[in-house]
Ligand binder design. Structure first.
Ligand code: HDD
Length: 710
């Protein structure tokens, strides 16, 4: 094997103990290390008293009753009993990492925010990605929106951009949020389904809420089954304001663009990944960071003014609408890099508290009603989840800039300022702290008037035009996936009337879409179309930015090749494939019939990372099988190897094979790689080591659509 073998991403399970110790020792975060190589540590209670016996409870006689007096036993069980905190009411399952945000282009022309005054300014960041509907223990590849919550620890306080990987939302008014969430979560009588929108309650709600249809197009698209957190975009969703030192306001929408490109899995892959590795996304992020392959996103802004807002076809305060990049181009102003895994999942990822209300001077809210409702909900929910108002003192939540305020006491208070003054104004501490009009956050003084009424603006009434724009912006492959997703989801709906009500909305988006879904569901008659409040616009142009396939990766960087090898694998081919993958910035996972590894033709022993049963091809971006005749026959007799091959073929994976392994994949493959049946696009027979380079070039594309009929 070559010396410059690409780093194998350690699997969390096999590396945990050893790795954790060195990592913690290196970073020293929090100061405390559970497992220490030093031998002079002894076990204590939480009060610090040394413990004499951690195996046996204090007893009266060897077979007698346990004694309440055993304070060490009582403290241990008491603490264990209280280990859990409520999981997030939505976005319960998530994974976080640390990094930094660096300004690459100043925004001083539009905002007074200190951060954006100078290119090169860098602040620490913490990001938590999540699914929405599933509970904390649910699987990563649910068809769902992904949360993309960013906390920037700026010199003017914490700024949270609590976004999603989809730029619009289901509803326009926060009063509908509990209904939306109730409808998608488990049905209350039976307590299932878990982490799935494919059930009656969700689609019942959607069918009665036409404003959700644009978002539904996004959630039925491949956006809802990303390949990993690293390959997805993030959006602030709402229109915010940037405000300059002179008080001038500019509207802004925030976009996070992955430098890795966009990539999603197929639904059949998602279903199988959930079984093979329910932690697929969190493992991917952890492994990438652990191996030094730090994911990066550009922060891009769309800036616009009231003139544009007045001209635009839709209300810029409506969170169910995008502003196409063609209408307001993106301006890249910074980069986000995630370069450090958490030391303790609970302390950091679980306890991190994002609040949309956390903004900094120079940034302000708009009257987007959903945003205004969120500003209440997030602070409120942290109180419930984290148990008191002092959650801002938990290290992951604490600002990294100086803080001076008169809040005091409360549960779990760890801050104990001395002195007499705990109110303001006071005459004790003449120097302050005092509010500073020039430095502090000032709300943009937008004049507001109007009668108090519960109503929805007419400018929010068009629910279909942008749903249509999204649909026509997709490639044919992606449109087919939307049809398949709708058919799948609605086929799980037991009530015919609900299925029909959903289908009745679709002609307002696209006639052919409606027809295909109706056919897929086997509906006897096409239901009468739902009558929209406002006639949908049919002249909105497609936007290339909305397609994943048009914005996919341009190389194999950050992606993974799974190589199945058997005894008798050729040294040259194996080495060449590993080197070529490393050169392309990818990672190799070696798979063998036994995890102990194989012996090459050259007599070298090569250890495997995975046994074939535990490493189905759905876990990899591309695959290879290197075997001699005997190895190929062995694999052909293994169900797991046959499934590996069948799935790789069906999912359009790029495939590299030693000539002997070709039969496992496709009876039609000729050893010389010729393809009479036309089924072998994307399949490379490696004869010479240099063929590996050509293979890796092919792998730069998303997948081989040609073979699977895209
Ligand atoms: Fe929310 C969590 C994103 C609408 C109420 N939301 C939460 C998280 C993300 C979002 C990423 C997870 C944060 C984390 O990782 O800790 N939510 C959104 C986006 C929305 C949105 C992009 C629409 C544009 N959310 C929304 C509304 C409400 C909430 C309308 C309530 C009126 N969201 C919450 C919450 C959560 C939450 C209940 C649960 C856990 C938490 O806040 O910290 O307050």
């Amino acid at each position: 094997m070559p010396d410059d073998t690409p780093v194998f991403r350690p699997t969390a399970d096999t590396q945990s103990g050893r790795d954790t110790i060195t990592r913690k020792a290196r970073q020293g975060a929090g100061g405390e290390i559970h497992q220490s190589p030093a031998s002079d540590q002894y076990l204590t209670t939480a009060q610090g008293a040394p413990v004499s016996d951690n195996q046996n409870t204090l007893r009266a006689g060897p077979r007698g009753p346990a004694l309440m007096e055993d304070f060490a036993m009582r403290e241990k069980i008491f603490h264990f009993d209280h280990e859990r905190i409520p999981e997030r009411v939505v976005h319960a399952r998530g994974y976080g990492a640390h990094g930094y945000f660096e300004v690459t282009d100043t925004l001083s022309d539009v905002t007074s925010a200190h951060l954006f005054q100078k290119a090169g300014r860098r602040v620490p960041a913490f990001v938590r990605f999540s699914t929405v509907a599933g509970n904390k223990g649910s699987m990563d590849l649910a068809r769902d929106v992904r949360g993309f919550a960013v906390k920037l620890y700026t010199e003017e306080g914490n700024w949270d951009i609590v976004g999603n990987n989809i730029p619009v939302f289901f509803i326009q008014d926060p009063i509908k949020f509990p209904d939306l969430v109730h409808s998608v979560k488990e049905e209350p009588d039976r307590g299932f389904p878990q982490a799935q929108s494919a059930h009656d309650n969700f689609w019942d709600f959607i069918s009665l809420m036409p404003e959700s249809l644009h978002m539904i197009m996004w959630t039925m698209s491949d956006r809802a089954i990303p390949r990993s957190f690293r390959f997805m975009e993030g959006f602030g969703v709402h229109s915010f304001r940037l405000v300059d030192a002179g008080g001038r306001s500019t509207y802004v929408k925030f976009h996070w663009k992955p430098r890795q490109g966009l990539q999603s899995v197929l639904w059949d892959e998602a279903v199988k990944i959930n079984g093979a590795d329910p932690d697929f996304h969190r493992r991917d992020l952890w492994s990438a960071i652990e191996s030094g392959d730090f994911p990066e996103w550009d922060l891009a802004v769309q800036l616009f003014d009231d003139d544009f807002a007045d001209r635009f076809d839709f209300d810029i305060l409506d969170p169910t609408k995008i502003i196409p990049e063609e209408d307001v181009p993106l301006r890249v102003v910074g980069k986000l890099v995630l370069n450090r895994n958490v030391d303790n999942f609970f302390a950091e990822t679980e306890q991190v508290a994002f609040c949309t209300q956390n903004i900094v001077p120079g940034v302000d809210f708009t009257n987007d009603p959903l945003l205004q409702g969120r500003n209440f909900s997030y602070l409120d929910t942290q109180l419930k989840r984290l148990g008191g108002p002092n959650f801002t003192q938990i290290p992951v939540n604490a600002p990294r800039c100086p803080m001076h305020h008169f809040h005091q006491d409360g549960h779990m208070q760890t801050r104990g300022p001395s002195g007499r003054a705990n109110y303001e104004p006071n005459s004790w501490a003449k120097g302050g702290p005092r509010a500073d009009h020039n430095r502090g956050h000032r709300a943009f003084p937008e004049p507001v008037e109007g009668p108090k009424r519960k109503l929805r603006a007419d400018s929010f009434a068009d629910h279909y035009s942008q749903a249509r724009q999204f649909y026509i912006s997709q490639t044919t492959i992606e449109q087919d996936h939307i049809v398949d997703a709708l058919v799948f989801e609605l086929s799980k709906v037991e009530t015919l009337a609900i299925r029909e009500r959903v289908v009745a909305h679709l002609p307002n988006i696209d006639e052919a879409l409606a027809q295909k879904v109706a056919t897929g569901l086997g509906l006897k008659d096409m239901p009468a179309p739902h009558k929209p409040a406002v006639a949908p616009k049919t002249d909105l142009p497609p936007s290339a930015a909305l397609s994943i396939i048009r914005n996919g990766p341009d190389s194999f960087r950050g992606r993974t090749l799974g190589i199945v090898m058997t005894d008798g694998v050729g040294d040259d081919l194996l080495d060449a494939l590993i080197s070529a993958t490393g050169d392309a910035g990818g990672t190799v996972v070696l798979i063998a019939p036994a995890v102990g590894g194989v012996t090459t033709t050259g007599g070298k022993h090569v250890a495997a990372n995975q046994k074939i049963d535990g490493a189905p091809s759905v876990l990899f971006d591309a695959v290879a099988v290197l075997a001699d005749d005997k190895g190929a026959a062995l694999l052909a007799g293994m169900h797991s190897a046959r499934c590996f091959a069948a799935d790789a073929l069906a999912h359009g994976k790029f495939i590299a094979l030693s000539a002997e392994a070709a039969t496992l994949f496709n009876a039609g493959v000729n050893a010389d790689g010729t393809d009479e049946a036309g089924q072998n696009a994307g399949i490379h027979i490696l004869s010479e080591p240099q063929d590996a380079q050509v293979f890796l070039q092919d792998c730069g594309a998303l997948r081989c659509w040609e073979r699977i009929g895209g």
